[in-house]
Design a protein around this ligand. Structure first.
Ligand SMILES: [Zn+2]
Length: 319
């Protein structure tokens, strides 16, 4: 019997920022409640191919290197800690940023993109519409500014249009995309989205059932998650910003919504789509995946971080 292919998952601390809880949790009406939360990155080592992938790059070590139009927003997220950043965390386990083969970015918000220029050998894998956002921005209330030249055009792979298109409340028209194909990174892997219960769109990155990129629409155009097999009966689901607090994930409260300039706003660009994505993740957490249990990790879950310090690289989840 062929041995089960699997992925080694390590936590890479990549900075902390302060988030007001009422932006996220529907049951929080006290606007003074703020939490210092991590913006977590992960090293995903695909054992059979010895391929090293980093999921999200967290906060930029040098905050002044964010563009001027992001600076006012940063002041609302203080205190912010950026040391160690994702590169420091790789160094801590004996790797350099140049040892990384690919970076998957869950989405284009400043607190997930770090400093891409440090990863000079990596391919960047991003969701459909990411280039459009970088070039055109979004008419959106929070962290509305993006960097046109964030990613290297010649090494960025924008995933293809979904197999089943998410139904956006406000249809989005995408006119620009990076031209690279997934085959330039993993020639033997799946190149197109496929439905795989409970998801409409996944890509089996190495075509061995160990590493899935999951389309997870709602938070921001092109939002991606990953689902990786860490052992014969355990999976880890990295949920990015699918939701921002374990109370939402556990169903104890809903996603916050409030009035701004006479319209309903939410931290997610499309709340209905975000709710659909959340329900699929909750289903996964409850019922498992392909006979194994699934641990769901939110990018900003401070409690998970504190409970999993042993998984900091060179440690790993499940060690
Ligand atoms: Zn975000």
């Amino acid at each position: 019997m062929k041995p089960q292919e699997y992925v080694r998952v390590s936590l890479l601390p990549a900075g902390f920022l302060t988030l007001p809880e009422h932006f996220f949790c529907a049951d929080q009406h006290d606007k003074s409640i703020k939490n210092l939360v991590p913006s977590m990155s992960f090293l995903l080592e695909h054992i059979p191919s010895r391929t090293r992938v980093v999921f999200d790059l967290g906060l930029r070590r040098d905050l002044s290197a964010y563009p001027d139009n992001i600076q006012p927003h940063l002041r609302t997220r203080q205190p912010i800690q950026t040391i160690p950043d994702v590169c420091d965390s790789l160094n801590h386990g004996g790797l350099e940023s140049t040892d990384i083969d690919a970076v998957i970015l869950s989405h284009m918000h400043y607190d997930h993109v770090g400093t891409p220029s440090r990863f000079t050998m990596a391919k960047f894998i991003v969701g459909y519409g990411s280039r459009h956002i970088l070039e055109n921005g979004m008419n959106y209330h929070s962290a509305a500014h993006f960097e046109k030249d964030l990613l290297p055009s010649d090494r960025t792979i924008e995933l293809p249009v979904q197999n089943i298109l998410p139904q956006f409340t406000h249809p989005v028209e995408i006119t620009t995309h990076f031209t690279n194909c997934l085959s330039s990174f993993s020639p033997g892997g799946q190149q197109e989205w496929k439905a795989l219960h409970p998801f409409d769109n996944v890509i089996d990155l190495f075509d061995d059932g160990s590493f899935y990129i999951v389309d997870s629409p709602g938070h921001l155009l092109g939002h991606l998650n990953v689902l990786v097999r860490v052992s014969s009966d355990r999976w880890i689901y990295l949920a990015g910003d699918a939701c921002h607090h374990s109370r939402i994930l556990n169903g104890e409260t809903g996603m916050a919504e409030w009035e701004e300039d006479g319209r309903h706003v939410c931290i997610h660009t499309d709340k209905n789509l975000a709710l659909g994505t959340l329900h699929r993740i909750q289903n996964l957490k409850e019922n498992g995946f392909q006979g194994g249990s699934v641990q769901v990790v939110l990018a900003h879950d401070a409690e998970w971080y504190q409970n999993n310090l042993k998984s900091i690289f060179p440690g790993a989840v499940d060690d």
